[in-house]
Ligand binder design. Structure first.
Ligand SMILES: Cc1cc2nc3c(=O)[nH]c(=O)nc-3n(C[C@H](O)[C@H](O)[C@H](O)COP(=O)(O)O)c2cc1C
Length: 420
């Protein structure tokens, strides 16, 4: 039974009810701003004015908890050239200021921490690590990504250390918790999936072996944090690819995470190859039109006492309420809060407001996914400049501008690391 329904009368729980996590943290309500990589870092992969302004806006969103976009544990393995990285020697003051901005309205703030593994752009250079040597298959777009090298034992140890360092420093900077990103085809998700993890050592094989790295990371992160800091994990319900990570695997991972005392598990799905988190799958399996992963999250919530959150396709209050009514503890929203940054607050009085999200209906799925991301990122950049979001941007034009911006950032990134 889920944490909320076991501890509170199910009928009394609403999306506006508080939630107490296993570590004692109290969240004011069940809304979370999900992680969205901003790609808006100041030089040196540091939070700067653009991120402070953006999180100033979300501080007043009405969410009980805000998750940052993924922060890299290694600046030589980044999901994008404008990303934030927090390493052992990174100056902490910008992170303190970021935390102060985001926490102004009383929401709890968690840093999502990530290693991209093989999902790094070839144009950036740097490390392309993965459990095995399986490259990304994006059809004619595959050459955007490099051939990954199977990780050595030393590289695996280094990654575990890095997650712990980043987590420890996030809490030192004033963040209330961390979320370990083990979804969407990034490194930890690559280890979980039999499609990308072909290892025959202790880090591969059955789900016990494939989940070992995630469990080691969680264990190590918890060991360096105070008990008051929240530790969350984002996992895929499935890869949505034939022969990939399946809901039965996710259930086994959940059992282990619960044993380790994780405070919240966020259920998502997919990867760059199968963008289920955008509601589209590569294996043709259909997802709900809204709250894409609700059925999976519901099954997980029914089997664990760990609080469960689901993210993906939520933009109406009625759907958010349905998520909670079905026994899932929290509602994560990303895109909706890029276009309507104060949505949960608005819903207190205007229950019918629907997030104004434009849809990209191009037939090239990879391009449509990239354009969707570009349009969302454009709104984050606008808020970073103190402007309001604008939902009628042209997808093609926005994508062209986004490409130019990313090329410039990539050039700056490569100039910073001339050795590769
Ligand atoms: C621009 C953009 C950046 C994203 N970056 C991240 C990220 O850094 N970490 C993550 O876990 N998910 C990331 N996501 C996925 C969202 O957290 C979420 O799972 C997905 O967008 C589905 O939720 P939504 O329909 O509410 O947006 C990103 C999504 C978008 C649109």
């Amino acid at each position: 039974m889920s944490h909320s329904s076991s501890s509170q009368a199910a009928e009394a729980v609403s999306v506006f009810s508080p939630l107490t996590l296993p570590n004692g943290t109290q969240l004011d309500n069940r809304f979370a701003k999900a992680a969205m990589e901003e790609n808006m870092a100041a030089p040196g992969h540091l939070p700067g004015q653009a991120l402070f302004s953006l999180y100033d806006t979300w501080a007043d969103s009405g969410c009980g908890m805000l998750l940052t976009g993924n922060v890299m544990v290694d600046c030589r393995a980044m999901t994008g050239p404008g990303g934030v990285a927090l390493e052992v020697d990174t100056p902490l003051e910008p992170f303190k200021q970021w935390a102060r901005s985001a926490k102004k309205g009383g929401a709890k703030l968690w840093m999502q921490i990530n290693h991209p593994g093989r999902q790094v752009y070839a144009s950036m250079g740097g490390k392309a690590l993965s459990p095995s040597d399986v490259p990304l298959d994006l059809g004619k777009h595959s050459n955007l990504f490099p051939q990954p090298a199977p990780m050595t034992a030393e590289e695996i140890d280094d990654v575990i250390d890095r997650f712990a360092v980043t987590a420890r420093r996030a809490i030192e900077a004033g963040f209330d918790g961390v979320q370990i990103h083990a979804a969407h085809g990034y490194l930890l998700s690559q280890f979980l999936s039999p499609l990308t993890n072909k290892r025959d050592d202790q880090w591969g094989g059955d789900i016990q072996g494939r989940s070992r790295l995630l469990m080691e990371v969680v264990r190590r992160v918890k060991s360096v944090l105070p008990a008051t800091a929240a530790v969350s994990v984002k996992i895929n319900s499935a890869d949505f690819q034939r022969g990939g990570f399946e809901p039965e695997d996710a259930q086994q991972v959940i059992v282990q995470l619960e044993t380790l005392g994780v405070d919240l598990v966020e259920v998502s799905g997919g990867s760059y190859e199968s963008p289920a988190m955008q509601g589209r799958t590569a294996d043709g399996r259909s997802l709900a039109r809204e709250a894409y992963f609700l059925e999976f999250a519901k099954a997980i919530a029914a089997s664990t006492s760990m609080p469960v959150m689901t993210t993906g396709g939520i933009k109406r209050l009625a759907i958010a309420q349905q998520v909670i009514a079905e026994g899932v503890d929290m509602v994560g929203m990303g895109t909706a809060l890029a276009f309507n940054p104060h949505l949960p607050k608005s819903w207190k009085t205007e229950t019918e407001v629907v997030a104004d999200i434009p849809e990209v209906t191009w037939s090239d799925k990879t391009m449509a996914a990239l354009a969707t991301m570009a349009i969302v990122r454009r709104q984050l950049q606008r808020m970073g400049k103190g402007k309001l979001p604008k939902s009628n941007s042209s997808p093609l034009w926005t994508m062209i501008l986004d490409r130019i911006r990313l090329m410039q950032l990539t050039k700056q990134y490569r100039a910073r690391y001339p050795e590769v």
